[in-house]
Design a protein around this ligand. Sequence first.
Ligand SMILES: NC(=O)c1ccc[n+]([C@@H]2O[C@H](COP(=O)([O-])OP(=O)(O)OC[C@H]3O[C@@H](n4cnc5c(N)ncnc54)[C@H](OP(=O)(O)O)[C@@H]3O)[C@@H](O)[C@H]2O)c1
Length: 300
Amino acid sequence: MSEAKLGGPFTFPGTALTVNRIGYGAMQLAGPGVWGPPRDPEAAVTVLRSAIAAGVSHIDTADFYGPHVTNQIIREALHPYPNGLVIVTKLGARRPADKSWQPAVSTQELTAAVHDNLRNLGVEALDIVNYRAMGSVHGPSEGSIGEQVRVLADLRRQGLIRHIGLSNVTAAQVTEAQAITDVVCVQNNYNLAHREDDAFIDDLAAAGIPYVPFFPLGGFSPLQSSTLSAVAERLGAPPMQVALAWLLHRAPNILLIPGTSSIAHLHENLAAGALALAPETLAELDGIAASATAMQHAAG
Ligand SMILES: NC(=O)c1ccc[n+]([C@@H]2O[C@H](COP(=O)([O-])OP(=O)(O)OC[C@H]3O[C@@H](n4cnc5c(N)ncnc54)[C@H](OP(=O)(O)O)[C@@H]3O)[C@@H](O)[C@H]2O)c1
Protein backbone atom coordinates (compact mmCIF):
# COMPACT_ATOMS: atom_id res chain seq x y z
CA MET A 1 0.00 0.00 0.00
CA SER A 2 1.46 3.39 -0.95
CA GLU A 3 2.18 6.05 1.62
CA ALA A 4 -0.40 8.34 0.01
CA LYS A 5 -3.07 5.76 0.75
CA LEU A 6 -2.12 5.82 4.43
CA GLY A 7 -2.94 9.52 4.54
CA GLY A 8 0.55 10.74 3.62
CA PRO A 9 3.43 11.61 5.95
CA PHE A 10 3.41 13.79 9.08
CA THR A 11 6.47 14.78 11.13
CA PHE A 12 6.08 15.22 14.89
CA PRO A 13 7.19 18.84 15.50
CA GLY A 14 10.82 19.38 16.44
CA THR A 15 11.64 15.69 15.93
CA ALA A 16 13.09 13.43 13.25
CA LEU A 17 10.02 11.17 13.59
CA THR A 18 7.85 10.99 10.47
CA VAL A 19 4.85 8.66 10.32
CA ASN A 20 2.01 7.93 7.93
CA ARG A 21 -1.17 9.66 9.09
CA ILE A 22 -3.00 6.33 9.43
CA GLY A 23 -1.48 4.31 12.25
CA TYR A 24 -2.75 1.61 14.56
CA GLY A 25 -3.97 1.59 18.18
CA ALA A 26 -3.03 -1.60 20.03
CA MET A 27 -5.53 -1.54 22.91
CA GLN A 28 -7.86 -4.05 21.25
CA LEU A 29 -5.08 -6.67 21.27
CA ALA A 30 -5.50 -7.43 24.99
CA GLY A 31 -8.26 -9.72 26.26
CA PRO A 32 -11.88 -8.66 26.91
CA GLY A 33 -12.07 -5.50 29.03
CA VAL A 34 -8.46 -4.71 28.05
CA TRP A 35 -7.46 -7.37 30.56
CA GLY A 36 -5.28 -10.45 30.18
CA PRO A 37 -4.20 -12.25 27.02
CA PRO A 38 -6.12 -12.02 23.75
CA ARG A 39 -8.66 -14.70 22.85
CA ASP A 40 -6.52 -15.51 19.80
CA PRO A 41 -2.84 -14.63 20.40
CA GLU A 42 -1.78 -15.75 16.91
CA ALA A 43 -4.33 -13.42 15.31
CA ALA A 44 -3.01 -10.53 17.42
CA VAL A 45 0.51 -11.11 16.11
CA THR A 46 -0.81 -11.35 12.55
CA VAL A 47 -2.74 -8.07 12.85
CA LEU A 48 0.43 -6.25 13.95
CA ARG A 49 2.61 -7.78 11.24
CA SER A 50 -0.05 -7.04 8.59
CA ALA A 51 -0.22 -3.42 9.73
CA ILE A 52 3.54 -3.01 9.35
CA ALA A 53 3.53 -4.83 5.99
CA ALA A 54 0.87 -2.37 4.78
CA GLY A 55 3.03 0.63 5.73
CA VAL A 56 1.84 1.53 9.23
CA SER A 57 4.64 3.42 10.98
CA HIS A 58 2.82 4.66 14.11
CA ILE A 59 1.60 2.29 16.84
CA ASP A 60 -0.12 3.53 19.98
CA THR A 61 0.07 1.42 23.14
CA ALA A 62 0.30 1.49 26.95
CA ASP A 63 1.85 -0.91 29.42
CA PHE A 64 -1.40 -0.79 31.42
CA TYR A 65 -3.27 -2.50 28.53
CA GLY A 66 -3.47 -6.07 29.72
CA PRO A 67 -1.59 -4.96 31.89
CA HIS A 68 1.74 -5.57 30.07
CA VAL A 69 0.08 -7.88 27.53
CA THR A 70 -0.19 -5.44 24.62
CA ASN A 71 3.44 -4.35 24.82
CA GLN A 72 4.56 -7.97 25.10
CA ILE A 73 2.60 -8.88 21.94
CA ILE A 74 4.08 -5.90 20.08
CA ARG A 75 7.54 -7.08 21.06
CA GLU A 76 6.83 -10.68 20.09
CA ALA A 77 5.37 -9.68 16.72
CA LEU A 78 7.71 -6.90 15.66
CA HIS A 79 11.03 -6.92 17.55
CA PRO A 80 13.62 -6.08 16.24
CA TYR A 81 11.56 -3.11 15.17
CA PRO A 82 11.70 -1.93 11.56
CA ASN A 83 13.43 1.39 10.87
CA GLY A 84 11.00 4.26 10.97
CA LEU A 85 8.44 2.63 13.28
CA VAL A 86 7.32 5.05 15.99
CA ILE A 87 5.82 3.45 19.10
CA VAL A 88 3.90 5.87 21.31
CA THR A 89 3.08 4.77 24.83
CA LYS A 90 1.37 6.45 27.76
CA LEU A 91 1.74 6.75 31.52
CA GLY A 92 -0.59 7.81 34.31
CA ALA A 93 -2.78 4.79 35.06
CA ARG A 94 -2.56 1.37 36.64
CA ARG A 95 -4.86 -1.67 36.65
CA PRO A 96 -5.25 -3.33 40.05
CA ALA A 97 -6.55 -6.92 40.33
CA ASP A 98 -10.18 -5.70 40.35
CA LYS A 99 -9.58 -4.60 36.70
CA SER A 100 -10.43 -0.96 37.46
CA TRP A 101 -8.46 1.98 36.01
CA GLN A 102 -6.67 3.94 38.74
CA PRO A 103 -4.37 6.97 38.54
CA ALA A 104 -0.64 6.24 38.90
CA VAL A 105 0.90 9.68 38.90
CA SER A 106 3.52 9.79 41.67
CA THR A 107 7.19 10.20 40.69
CA GLN A 108 7.78 6.61 41.76
CA GLU A 109 4.85 5.24 39.73
CA LEU A 110 5.70 7.23 36.59
CA THR A 111 9.35 6.16 36.78
CA ALA A 112 8.42 2.51 37.32
CA ALA A 113 6.01 2.70 34.37
CA VAL A 114 8.77 3.96 32.07
CA HIS A 115 10.93 0.98 33.08
CA ASP A 116 7.98 -1.42 32.57
CA ASN A 117 7.49 -0.02 29.04
CA LEU A 118 11.21 -0.26 28.23
CA ARG A 119 11.39 -3.87 29.43
CA ASN A 120 8.16 -5.09 27.84
CA LEU A 121 8.77 -3.35 24.50
CA GLY A 122 12.45 -4.36 24.53
CA VAL A 123 13.90 -0.91 23.81
CA GLU A 124 16.51 1.34 25.42
CA ALA A 125 14.48 4.53 25.01
CA LEU A 126 10.78 5.21 24.36
CA ASP A 127 10.06 7.20 21.16
CA ILE A 128 7.14 9.23 22.54
CA VAL A 129 5.50 9.04 25.95
CA ASN A 130 2.10 10.66 26.52
CA TYR A 131 1.30 11.77 30.03
CA ARG A 132 -2.33 10.60 30.29
CA ALA A 133 -4.20 12.80 32.76
CA MET A 134 -7.06 11.04 34.52
CA GLY A 135 -9.44 14.02 34.23
CA SER A 136 -13.11 13.39 34.93
CA VAL A 137 -15.13 10.33 33.94
CA HIS A 138 -16.01 11.84 30.56
CA GLY A 139 -12.80 13.61 29.55
CA PRO A 140 -10.20 16.11 30.66
CA SER A 141 -10.66 18.40 33.64
CA GLU A 142 -8.68 21.51 34.50
CA GLY A 143 -5.91 21.34 37.10
CA SER A 144 -2.13 21.44 37.13
CA ILE A 145 -0.23 18.59 35.46
CA GLY A 146 3.11 20.37 35.97
CA GLU A 147 4.43 17.97 38.61
CA GLN A 148 3.95 14.92 36.38
CA VAL A 149 5.29 16.62 33.25
CA ARG A 150 8.41 17.63 35.19
CA VAL A 151 8.96 13.95 36.10
CA LEU A 152 8.69 12.97 32.43
CA ALA A 153 11.03 15.81 31.42
CA ASP A 154 13.55 14.51 33.93
CA LEU A 155 13.28 10.96 32.55
CA ARG A 156 13.80 12.49 29.10
CA ARG A 157 16.99 14.18 30.30
CA GLN A 158 18.14 10.75 31.50
CA GLY A 159 17.69 9.46 27.93
CA LEU A 160 14.85 7.04 28.72
CA ILE A 161 12.23 9.04 26.78
CA ARG A 162 12.88 10.76 23.43
CA HIS A 163 9.79 12.98 23.23
CA ILE A 164 6.78 13.90 25.36
CA GLY A 165 3.09 14.16 24.47
CA LEU A 166 -0.13 14.62 26.46
CA SER A 167 -3.43 12.79 26.60
CA ASN A 168 -6.86 13.65 27.96
CA VAL A 169 -5.88 17.27 28.49
CA THR A 170 -7.18 20.81 28.05
CA ALA A 171 -5.60 23.63 26.06
CA ALA A 172 -4.50 25.27 29.35
CA GLN A 173 -2.70 22.06 30.38
CA VAL A 174 -0.84 21.98 27.04
CA THR A 175 0.29 25.56 27.64
CA GLU A 176 1.39 24.66 31.17
CA ALA A 177 3.39 21.67 29.90
CA GLN A 178 5.00 23.69 27.09
CA ALA A 179 6.64 25.89 29.72
CA ILE A 180 8.40 22.73 30.99
CA THR A 181 9.14 20.74 27.82
CA ASP A 182 8.29 20.45 24.12
CA VAL A 183 4.91 18.78 23.53
CA VAL A 184 4.97 16.75 20.29
CA CYS A 185 1.37 15.43 20.24
CA VAL A 186 -2.01 15.55 21.97
CA GLN A 187 -4.28 12.50 22.24
CA ASN A 188 -7.90 13.17 23.25
CA ASN A 189 -11.35 11.65 22.73
CA TYR A 190 -12.75 12.82 19.37
CA ASN A 191 -14.81 11.39 16.53
CA LEU A 192 -17.72 12.21 14.19
CA ALA A 193 -20.18 12.35 17.08
CA HIS A 194 -17.94 13.68 19.87
CA ARG A 195 -16.49 17.03 18.84
CA GLU A 196 -15.78 18.99 22.00
CA ASP A 197 -12.20 19.59 20.82
CA ASP A 198 -13.03 21.25 17.48
CA ALA A 199 -11.45 24.61 18.34
CA PHE A 200 -8.56 22.95 20.21
CA ILE A 201 -7.70 20.89 17.10
CA ASP A 202 -7.54 24.01 14.95
CA ASP A 203 -5.27 25.76 17.48
CA LEU A 204 -2.94 22.75 17.58
CA ALA A 205 -2.93 22.61 13.75
CA ALA A 206 -1.78 26.24 13.67
CA ALA A 207 1.07 25.27 16.02
CA GLY A 208 2.00 22.20 13.92
CA ILE A 209 1.16 19.83 16.79
CA PRO A 210 -0.59 16.60 15.82
CA TYR A 211 -3.94 15.74 17.36
CA VAL A 212 -4.47 11.98 17.71
CA PRO A 213 -8.09 11.12 18.45
CA PHE A 214 -8.66 8.19 20.76
CA PHE A 215 -11.98 6.37 20.26
CA PRO A 216 -11.91 7.50 16.56
CA LEU A 217 -14.64 4.91 15.89
CA GLY A 218 -16.46 5.49 19.17
CA GLY A 219 -14.33 3.09 21.25
CA PHE A 220 -16.37 0.92 23.63
CA SER A 221 -19.60 2.31 22.07
CA PRO A 222 -18.94 2.07 18.31
CA LEU A 223 -20.36 4.91 16.21
CA GLN A 224 -23.94 4.37 15.06
CA SER A 225 -25.59 6.91 12.82
CA SER A 226 -28.18 6.63 10.06
CA THR A 227 -26.42 9.50 8.23
CA LEU A 228 -23.08 7.66 8.39
CA SER A 229 -24.72 4.45 7.14
CA ALA A 230 -26.45 6.30 4.28
CA VAL A 231 -23.24 8.06 3.18
CA ALA A 232 -21.31 4.78 3.39
CA GLU A 233 -23.89 2.97 1.29
CA ARG A 234 -23.84 5.69 -1.34
CA LEU A 235 -20.02 5.58 -1.49
CA GLY A 236 -19.91 1.77 -1.42
CA ALA A 237 -17.53 1.94 1.58
CA PRO A 238 -17.76 0.48 5.11
CA PRO A 239 -19.18 3.04 7.61
CA MET A 240 -16.10 2.91 9.85
CA GLN A 241 -13.87 3.65 6.86
CA VAL A 242 -15.98 6.72 6.10
CA ALA A 243 -15.68 7.84 9.74
CA LEU A 244 -11.88 7.61 9.51
CA ALA A 245 -11.76 9.36 6.12
CA TRP A 246 -13.82 12.20 7.64
CA LEU A 247 -11.19 12.57 10.40
CA LEU A 248 -8.39 12.77 7.81
CA HIS A 249 -10.30 15.50 5.99
CA ARG A 250 -11.21 17.32 9.24
CA ALA A 251 -7.74 18.78 9.87
CA PRO A 252 -4.24 18.23 8.45
CA ASN A 253 -2.76 17.57 11.91
CA ILE A 254 -5.05 14.63 12.73
CA LEU A 255 -3.22 11.29 12.97
CA LEU A 256 -5.30 8.11 13.22
CA ILE A 257 -4.83 5.18 15.60
CA PRO A 258 -7.98 3.08 15.09
CA GLY A 259 -7.98 -0.09 17.17
CA THR A 260 -8.91 -3.51 15.90
CA SER A 261 -8.28 -7.16 16.60
CA SER A 262 -9.50 -8.12 13.11
CA ILE A 263 -7.41 -8.30 9.94
CA ALA A 264 -10.44 -7.53 7.78
CA HIS A 265 -11.18 -4.39 9.83
CA LEU A 266 -7.51 -3.42 9.76
CA HIS A 267 -7.51 -3.34 5.97
CA GLU A 268 -10.82 -1.45 5.86
CA ASN A 269 -9.34 1.13 8.21
CA LEU A 270 -6.05 1.52 6.35
CA ALA A 271 -7.94 2.07 3.09
CA ALA A 272 -9.58 5.21 4.57
CA GLY A 273 -6.67 7.24 3.19
CA ALA A 274 -7.80 6.48 -0.37
CA LEU A 275 -11.40 7.57 0.23
CA ALA A 276 -11.99 11.11 -1.05
CA LEU A 277 -15.01 12.91 0.44
CA ALA A 278 -16.66 15.73 -1.52
CA PRO A 279 -17.46 19.00 0.31
CA GLU A 280 -21.21 18.24 0.37
CA THR A 281 -20.51 14.79 1.88
CA LEU A 282 -18.29 16.37 4.54
CA ALA A 283 -21.08 18.83 5.35
CA GLU A 284 -23.57 15.97 5.67
CA LEU A 285 -21.22 14.11 8.03
CA ASP A 286 -20.64 17.32 10.02
CA GLY A 287 -24.37 17.29 10.74
CA ILE A 288 -24.02 14.08 12.81
CA ALA A 289 -22.48 15.88 15.79
CA ALA A 290 -25.12 18.61 15.70
CA SER A 291 -27.95 16.06 15.86
CA ALA A 292 -26.11 14.05 18.58
CA THR A 293 -25.86 17.25 20.67
CA ALA A 294 -29.54 18.05 20.07
CA MET A 295 -30.50 14.53 21.23
CA GLN A 296 -28.37 14.90 24.37
CA HIS A 297 -30.07 18.21 25.18
CA ALA A 298 -33.51 16.69 24.59
CA ALA A 299 -32.62 13.75 26.88
CA GLY A 300 -31.04 16.00 29.53
N1 LIG B 1 -5.37 8.08 25.63
C1 LIG B 1 -6.41 7.38 26.03
O1 LIG B 1 -6.96 7.61 27.09
C2 LIG B 1 -6.93 6.28 25.18
C3 LIG B 1 -8.18 5.70 25.49
C4 LIG B 1 -8.65 4.71 24.67
C5 LIG B 1 -7.92 4.29 23.59
N2 LIG B 1 -6.70 4.84 23.30
C6 LIG B 1 -5.92 4.45 22.12
O2 LIG B 1 -6.71 4.74 20.99
C7 LIG B 1 -6.81 3.58 20.16
C8 LIG B 1 -8.15 3.59 19.46
O3 LIG B 1 -9.21 3.50 20.38
P1 LIG B 1 -10.08 2.18 20.62
O4 LIG B 1 -9.40 1.01 20.02
O5 LIG B 1 -10.44 2.15 22.04
O6 LIG B 1 -11.43 2.53 19.88
P2 LIG B 1 -11.82 2.75 18.34
O7 LIG B 1 -10.62 2.70 17.46
O8 LIG B 1 -12.70 3.92 18.30
O9 LIG B 1 -12.75 1.50 18.09
C9 LIG B 1 -12.35 0.20 18.27
C10 LIG B 1 -13.60 -0.66 18.14
O10 LIG B 1 -14.09 -0.58 16.80
C11 LIG B 1 -14.08 -1.87 16.20
N3 LIG B 1 -13.62 -1.68 14.81
C12 LIG B 1 -12.41 -1.30 14.39
N4 LIG B 1 -12.36 -1.19 13.05
C13 LIG B 1 -13.60 -1.53 12.61
C14 LIG B 1 -14.19 -1.63 11.32
N5 LIG B 1 -13.50 -1.36 10.21
N6 LIG B 1 -15.49 -2.01 11.24
C15 LIG B 1 -16.22 -2.29 12.36
N7 LIG B 1 -15.71 -2.23 13.59
C16 LIG B 1 -14.40 -1.84 13.73
C17 LIG B 1 -13.15 -2.71 17.01
O11 LIG B 1 -13.58 -4.06 17.02
P3 LIG B 1 -12.77 -5.23 16.26
O12 LIG B 1 -11.60 -5.57 17.12
O13 LIG B 1 -13.78 -6.31 16.12
O14 LIG B 1 -12.37 -4.66 14.93
C18 LIG B 1 -13.31 -2.11 18.41
O15 LIG B 1 -14.46 -2.65 19.05
C19 LIG B 1 -6.64 2.41 21.13
O16 LIG B 1 -6.29 1.23 20.47
C20 LIG B 1 -5.60 2.96 22.06
O17 LIG B 1 -4.31 2.75 21.52
C21 LIG B 1 -6.22 5.84 24.09
